[in-house]
Design a binder for this molecule. Sequence first.
Ligand code: UT7
Length: 347
Amino acid sequence: MRPSLRIGYLGFGAYLPPTVLTNHDLEKIVDTTDDWIQRRTGIQERRVLAKDETILGMAVAAARQAMDDAGVSPEQIGDIRVGVNTWPRFPSLATQLQAELGAKNASASDVSAGCTGFVYAVEGAHNKILVENLCYDRDLVSLVVGVDGLSHAVDWQDRSTCVLMGDGAGAVILGAVERGGILATYTHADGRYGDLLYSDTAFETQWSTNGSGRFSTKQTIARPYLRMDGRKVYSVAVRTMVHDVLHVIDKYNHGNPDPIGLEDINFLYPHQANLRIIESVAKKLDVPLERVYTNGIVKFGNTSTASIPIGYLDPQARPEGSRRTGLEIDVAFGAGFASGAILRKVV
Ligand code: UT7
């Protein structure tokens, strides 16, 4: 059964720190070259947090822009979900964001799903809005943010990861829409591959007993650096993103008298991890690159959970002056081999 309520994006926001770190800057930090980075990844530059900027600050800026765009006040927000991997504290970033915004009527939680956090968060928000409406006759408006400060999480001596990442945030407001909106979502994970892309633990505690049976502890706090076996992750990323795009279309078509195909998709927003990955996915799906978002990886590097919502507002995502309409798909893949896709209709 398809619910009559349509849920879609009401507003968009994004924030990128002003500090630009180019490949030539990186040549002075690690043993790398602009040529290697561009050939293997497509990245030209990325943004990084300055000393006085924070991950919370990026989330607040993106969220405020999305709320302004939607014409929604903080009190109207009923649910906040933040896809994030680099928030080093608890309570959650979402609760800190709630406090900063004054969104006093909202529930708030973080979503940890690697670079797919934003997709998981949108799916969760969508489903909650639907349940609240159908079961409790309550109109819910949700704020979903994808944000990561990977410059705080990479090892700046590890050239295989530090050249890839950038900082940024993107946000959307979700609520009831009259036309279009989210048509289907799909998420999946495969934790067996957890050790191919991970971050070390921040705390280590060693327990021991002395001769008299007393316990003692030794605690160390380590920087939790990101580690990745890039080559192994690469091939699974391509395969999985292709699968997820096809799967979300299949999901929408199930029992639908008016099925769609890949040829009906006007624009694809893939997670921006590597230009070669994006090109391979587009080629395997036979979607021309003009209909695929690629500028994020070139100009902002891999911003993890933020890369898709940053793309929504990137003017480079579409030919100058043109407005996006029709069917669009977001697709992401990341750590824990969590992946997923969203099929949306823009009207
Ligand atoms: O966002 C979450 C999901 N993430 C991804 O999907 C990322 C997937 N992986 C990738 O994008 C690519 O595997 C990388 C961009 C990370 C690496 O590209 P690659 O073509 O797979 O390179 P590689 O790791 O196989 O390394 C090739 C060579 C190695 O040297 P040798 O062993 O051939 O002598 C590396 O040591 O390149 C070397 N290398 C570098 N050289 C210059 C690795 N990093 C660098 C560097 N500069 N920054």
